[in-house]
Design a protein around this ligand. Structure first.
Ligand code: ADP
Ligand code: MG
Length: 276
C-alpha cells in the first residue's frame, strides 16, 4: 500500500512514529503567514491548474487486477481550494499521488500547471515536484534525525538556496514555531510537527499544495489550526489547494468538494456558483 511516496518526495526515510497528540501552541500564525511578502502569483482563477482526463489506475491485489480509479476527469482552476472526500479505499490518495507525479496512471492524461505529467521521465518528474508541488502527509513524515529548522530547510537546500537556513527560520516564525527551531520531531506535539511539515511544504512557494488527510492524526482543535494555515496559504500565496479529508466539517470550508466512491467521481459541487 505504501508506495514510498515520501521517500521519493524528500529522498529520505519518513518518520513512521505517531506520537501522542497535544494541542499545538495557539497562535494566529495563519493570519501572519506571509503577510509581509508581496503576492507574487500572477495567475487568475480562470487559468487551469489541474486537468485530468479519462484517468484510470489498475493495480494488482492478491494476484487480481483492481481498478483503483476509473474514468476520472476533472479540471481545477488556479487558486481554487478543493476538498476531495469519500470513504476509505475510494482512491483519494491514489488520485493525489498521480496529480503530484508520484505515480503514472494506467490510462488517461494529467496536466498540472501546463506540464503534461503522463510520459515524463523520473528526473523530469522530480524536477516538476520540487518546483511546483508542496505535499503534506497525514503522519507528518518529518525526518527524525533533523531538527525542525533543518527539516524545513531540506527542500531549500535541495534547490541550492544559499539562504536555506535563514529562510527556514522565517518560515518557522510564520507558523508560530520560532522557539522550537532546534527541537527534534520527537520533542514536538503532533500539531507542532504538522506545522513544521506545512512550513516545509510551502518553503519553495509551490503553485500547488496537496494535503492528504493532514489532520487525520490530530485532535479537532489542532486540526482546525492546520487547515487555517493551509487556507491562509491558498489565499495569501495564491496557491491552489487540494485537500483530502473525510471530515465533512473540513470539506465544507472548501470552494468545491469532489467526492469519490469506488474510484469514480460521484459528486462535484462548488459552494459559490454551481457545479464545477
Ligand atoms: P483512500 O485514500 O481513498 O483511502 P487509496 O487511494 O489509498 O484510497 O486506495 C484505493 C484502493 O486502492 C484501495 O482499495 C486500496 O486497497 C487499493 N490500493 C492502493 N494502493 C495499492 C497498491 N499499491 N496495490 C494494490 N492496491 C492498492
Ligand atoms: Mg488515503
Amino acid at each position: 500500500m505504501n508506495r514510498g511516496i515520501s521517500r521519493r518526495f524528500f529522498q529520505s526515510a519518513p518518520d513512521k512514529s505517531n506520537r501522542s497528540l497535544e494541542a499545538a501552541s495557539g497562535t494566529d500564525a495563519d493570519r501572519r503567514l506571509f503577510r509581509q511578502q508581496p503576492i507574487l502569483c500572477v495567475c487568475s482563477m480562470d487559468r487551469v491548474m489541474i486537468s485530468v482526463r479519462g484517468l484510470g489506475m489498475r493495480l494488482e491485489s492478491g494476484g487480481r487486477p483492481v481498478d483503483v480509479l476509473t474514468e476520472v476527469s476533472l479540471e481545477v482552476p488556479a487558486r481554487q481550494f478543493v476538498a476531495v472526500a469519500g470513504p476509505s479505499g475510494s482512491g483519494k490518495s491514489t488520485l493525489l499521488g498521480l496529480i503530484a507525479g508520484l505515480d503514472q496512471p494506467t490510462t488517461g492524461r494529467i496536466v498540472v500547471n501546463g506540464v503534461e505529467l503522463t510520459g515524463l521521465g523520473e528526473d523530469a518528474l522530480a524536477r516538476f515536484r520540487s518546483d511546483t508541488i508542496g505535499y503534506v502527509f497525514q503522519s507528518f513524515h518529518l525526518i527524525p534525525t533533523l531538527t525542525a529548522l533543518e527539516n524545513v530547510a531540506v527542500p531549500l537546500e535541495l534547490a541550492a538556496d544559499p539562504d536555506a537556513l535563514e529562510r527556514a527560520q522565517a518560515l518557522l516564525r510564520e507558523v508560530g514555531l520560532e522557539e522550537r527551531a532546534h527541537h527534534y520531531p520527537v520533542q514536538l506535539s503532533g500539531g507542532e510537527q504538522q506545522r513544521v511539515a506545512v512550513a516545509r511544504a510551502v518553503a519553495r512557494r509551490p503553485t500547488l499544495l496537496l494535503a492528504d488527510e493532514p489532520t487525520g492524526n490530530l485532535d479537532s482543535a489542532t486540526g482546525k489550526q492546520i487547515i487555517d494555515l493551509l487556507v491562509a496559504l491558498n489565499r495569501n500565496l495564491g496557491s491552489t489547494l487540494v485537500l483530502v479529508t473525510h471530515d465533512p466539517a473540513l470539506a465544507a470550508l472548501a470552494d468545491r468538494v469532489i467526492t469519490l466512491r469506488d474510484g469514480r467521481i460521484v459528486s462535484d459541487e462548488t459552494s459559490n456558483g454551481g457545479a464545477a
